[in-house]
Design a protein around this ligand. Sequence first.
Ligand code: DAH
Length: 338
Amino acid sequence: MATVPDIESVKKEITSYSLDSEENIESFRLKYLSRKGIITEMLAGIGKAAPEERARLGQELNALKKMADARFKEAKKRLEGGAASQKSAADDPTLPPAPTPVGSSHPLSQTLEEIKTIFYRLGFTIADGPELEDDFHNFTALNFPPEHPARDMQDTFFIRKDENNPENDLVLRTHTSPVQIRLMKEQKPPVRAIMPGRVYRNESITAKSYCLFHQVEGLYVDKNVNLADLKHTLITFSELLFGKNMKYRIRPSFFPFTEPSLEMDIWWQTGNRPGQWMEILGAGMVHPNVLKAVDVDPETWTGFAFGMGVERITMSRYEIDDIRLLYDNDLRFLNQFP
Ligand code: DAH
């Protein structure tokens, strides 16, 4: 038995052999697995063992060989994997840097930018006001008398509701029209401004309506401003934004703060459904009571106003068929607007 080395001690050696470098792995292979390696020699030595020992020895040596082989293969794989990942992060200073993902502006912001640019060209300045409004600016000064059913036209999110005195109510503004009031309190006519901003409505969510959206308010107060000026401005704006071939219609409507009032629809066509009219703005001649609320004499000054929905305009421009897509922040959607 002297020719057969002790299997147990070889096994221990194999399990504790450090396989952390290419050189170590190679010397492991040479020492145990090569044709001149220990295990091969041990296997060759079986013939010299006592006949009744041979079968058991054969089994044990084969198990030992398998184990060494498994360790060797595993170590080699580990080393190659590490090398591959090192290579991809290779310190090669001549390689161009990996591309960094860049964001783009949201389709709503893109539309808003274009709307602002167009009105800037038409001679309008830009103003803004708070999203948390009081009852006076959101309703009363805009000629919504207390208890007037017109207040129900816009389902309001109340932040503070005083049943005894509505003047104390605080609301999330339901439209950008209160900015007209704030602006005219500060700046007397002539005034020609747009007022973009976010507004809130407590109404059911559908493909065309969301609980928050954006409006661009417009106000032009001067001497002798008339309805023809309003129509001309709206049509010029729409043609600049949508192109000369846009299909639109203007209908009479009602708002407490304008008289007469109108609404403008544009033809909304997407690949997925039949075309239909979609209202994009309300407008009208500023009601004398609104001018009086800000101490502007309606005998001297007249004006027009409008308020347009940025979401709906965006949906029409980009053939988006559900407003909620604009609020999901789904990159698969957003990446379509570079
Ligand atoms: N504030 C109205 C709304 O949100 C839209 C509107 C209509 C604004 C007529 C105006 C206007 O300035 O003149 O439904």
